[in-house]
Design a protein around this ligand. Structure first.
Ligand code: HEC
Ligand code: HEC
Length: 340
């Protein structure tokens, strides 16, 4: 009889502990892999690019959970999504983003759209694939502040739900490699191909206003934007970075001599403020720089050495065109949204 009482008592304690664990981690019980089609058949871009060849929906679904989990930071305050927000094209609306302990980043947070197709990453234009870079924010003392990636591995191992999820997706224990695979597959799956421009390409731009058509002709013609923001992703596919004459003396030299990554212009109307240092608030200011503000830096890119002379109407048309690169489907797509 006594033994039964004791057993019952132990059971109660066990259940109570279980509950208190759950209440510390309120959302863990809801963590499940959702069944989304991340690498859809109809994606029009080359299947040989990293993102489209990885075709693993479960890896991306797990990556999505990690991307939104604040526990990836040292004090549980910052997730990747704190600085890369879906509703504004996975960028941040601040000049500099707030990381752990309210530190500020020293550069403007970049958008993450169609990253798998780009040859350079980060503002200096580092070569390599996304998987070489996704975990660097975790141990960056400003961004997420972990001692090193091992600290994250151990932390996730202490969370029951993650042990279950990693086992489900990989049949293996949590490791640095598998966290990297999941996060980079999710980032690679953020593919935009449903902008007004994309739709227009199929119907000879019958969906465009007169001003948007004029802006398109400027972008690909006289204004020479396409010289650098080229290809399907409007990001240079043949060079890592360029100097666009923002300064005569750069405080931040980027990849050297004031050269910075040629960023993709997809969803550009959503991702203000602009440039590596977030110096421009609007697209009008950006266009004004190219038309009137380019400084004759010794390393200025050849494409910008002759002024492009745009009048007021042309500048407006160019801005109207840039707005056609916004993909409303992507920013509302549930498979990229916060799972918590
Ligand atoms: C505190 C804000 C912050 C957090 C948190 C953050 N990032 Fe970033 N991210 C940035 C900034 C700022 C840059 C540009 C850094 C630079 O060039 O030096 C960037 C750049 C990137 C890039 C390069 C994009 C490109 O076009 O080259 C990737 C990929 C990226 N972040 C992924 C992530 C992932 C994955 C996480 C979570 C593990 C994350 N970021 C967390 C602010 C943040
Ligand atoms: C010589 C190559 C080059 C040309 C030509 C060029 N750009 Fe850029 N663009 C860049 C680089 C490099 C950056 C990033 C510079 C930095 O942050 O220091 C950039 C940044 C931008 C940004 C801000 C992106 C962001 O995410 O903050 C916009 C918008 C933009 N360019 C639009 C245009 C338009 C419109 C034209 C044509 C009038 C144009 N660019 C011509 C290389 C170029």
């Amino acid at each position: 009889m006594r033994f039964q009482h004791l057993a019952f008592f132990l059971l109660i304690i066990l259940v109570a502990c279980q509950n208190s664990f759950d209440s510390d981690n309120v959302y863990d019980s809801e963590l499940v892999l959702e069944d989304f089609d991340y690498f859809e058949e109809e994606i029009p871009f080359s299947k040989t690019a990293y993102g489209a060849s990885v075709n693993h929906d479960d890896m991306a679904a797990l990556g999505r959970i990690l991307f939104y989990d604040k526990r990836l930071s040292q004090n549980n305050s910052i997730a990747c999504a704190s600085c890369h927000k879906q509703e504004i094209g996975f960028s941040d609306n601040k000049i500099f983003s707030t990381g752990v302990r309210n530190y500020e980043t020293t550069r403007n947070a970049m958008q993450l759209v169609n990253n798998a197709y780009q040859i350079a990453h980060f503002w200096e234009g580092k070569e390599g694939k996304i998987e070489d870079h996704v975990l660097s924010p975790v141990s960056n003392h400003i961004e997420m502040g972990m001692k090193d990636v091992n600290e994250l591995v151990e932390k996730l191992k202490g969370i029951t739900a993650y042990n279950t999820l990693f086992n489900q997706v990989y049949g293996e224990e949590i490791s640095e490699e598998l966290i990297t695979n999941s996060l980079s597959t999710f980032v690679a799956s953020i593919i935009s191909y449903n902008s007004k421009f994309d739709k227009g390409e199929e119907i000879n731009f019958a969906n465009f206003t007169i001003s948007e058509v004029a802006g398109k002709d400027l972008f690909f013609g006289k204004a020479k934007c396409f010289n650098c923001h080229g290809g399907d992703h409007y990001s240079a596919s043949w060079r890592k970075n360029a100097n666009i004459g923002l300064e005569m003396n750069y405080d931040d030299q980027g990849g050297g001599n004031g050269r910075f990554k040629v960023p993709s212009l997809r969803n550009i109307a959503l991702t203000a403020p602009y440039m590596h240092d977030g110096r421009f608030e609007t697209l009008e200011e950006v266009v004004d720089h190219y038309a009137n503000g380019v400084r004759n830096h010794p390393h200025l890119d050849w494409a910008l050495t002759t002024p492009i002379a745009l009048d007021e109407l042309e500048s407006k048309q160019l801005v109207d065109f840039l707005h056609t690169l916004t993909d409303h489907q992507l920013i509302n797509d549930e498979k990229f949204s916060n799972p918590f």
